[in-house]
Write a protein that binds this ligand. Structure first.
Ligand SMILES: Cc1cc2nc3c(=O)[nH]c(=O)nc-3n(C[C@H](O)[C@H](O)[C@H](O)COP(=O)(O)O)c2cc1C
Length: 248
């Protein structure tokens, strides 16, 4: 194993209707901190640049996963579905590809009424295939959020995003970080700067810590996978699908 084998790719995904806003800036700073470490490359995608339809609830992704599991056995992990396992032809195809190529994902979204904006939830719903095909297993993730007021939904938003990442199969390796976009989080606008979030020292510090945790865990995960491969050890992680309960 050489140091170059352990370079990792961290994908930053930001979901907010606002381009070049505080949330994007918060994520950009996290990715900049990661790049500065010299052990990872990064890419930022803004969901506003992608056409993402609602999940239609057709369960086509699930049916294709189950069909393969029936053929190959329920212990097959990951399930070798086609790269894009969704019936809706839109920009999610590009996003699935980027997620599959990444070693770690930072998901950033502002607090909208104590949770993530609908745009981000729609994006997550469209990732349902990963819940069942386990293709994101072995990748790490963490959430980032920004809010107007201090303690006005940051924790619930971080939790909702963490649970979503976990459901998609990622290992969440940090609580993540939140920052406020107003003076001391009191709702008083900071007019002298474009990115008010940079005045939140606690938020900025915790964001860099979360970024560090993600890159460190991504490298350790990659090193672990390579070490197992070199040692010829196969971990039987298995799928949690219980065969007899699958209809059809
Ligand atoms: C629909 C909506 C709901 C919001 N809900 C909350 C909230 O519950 N708590 C809070 O502190 N800020 C709330 N905000 C403020 C945003 O979190 C804040 O303005 C954030 O900086 C937006 O980031 P952005 O400019 O990068 O999109 C809300 C904003 C909008 C538009």
């Amino acid at each position: 194993m050489k140091p170059d084998d352990l370079k990792v790719k961290i994908l930053g995904i930001v979901g907010t209707p606002i381009k070049d806003g505080n949330c994007q800036y918060f994520l950009e700073q996290a990715l900049e901190a990661i790049e500065a470490g010299g052990t990872a490359t990064t890419e930022l995608v803004h969901l506003e640049d992608y056409r993402i339809e609602y999940c239609a609830g057709c369960e086509g992704c699930l049916r294709r996963v189950h069909k393969l599991q029936k053929e190959l056995g329920y212990d097959t992990v990951p399930v070798p579905v086609k790269d894009y396992n969704c019936g809706i032809r839109d920009d999610m195809e590009v996003l699935h590809k980027k997620m599959l190529e990444a070693d770690g994902i930072l998901l950033a979204a502002p607090v909208y009424i104590a949770s993530m904006p609908g745009q981000v939830k729609t994006f997550i719903d469209r990732c349902r295939t990963f819940v069942h095909d386990f293709r994101l297993r072995g990748k790490v993730g963490a959430p980032l959020t920004v809010a107007f007021y201090r303690n006005a939904g940051e924790d619930t938003t971080l939790q909702a995003m963490s649970l979503s990442l976990l459901a998609l199969g990622l290992s969440v390796v940090s609580f993540g970080a939140s920052a406020v976009t107003t003076k001391e989080g009191l709702g008083i606008p900071i007019r002298e700067t474009r990115f008010a979030v940079k005045h939140d020292m606690v938020g900025m510090t915790l964001m860099r810590a979360a970024a560090g945790q993600v890159v460190e865990a991504a490298i350790q995960m990659k090193a672990g996978k390579l070490a197992l491969e070199e040692a010829g050890v196969q971990v039987q992680s298995g799928s949690w699908t219980i065969a007899p309960t699958i209809p059809g």
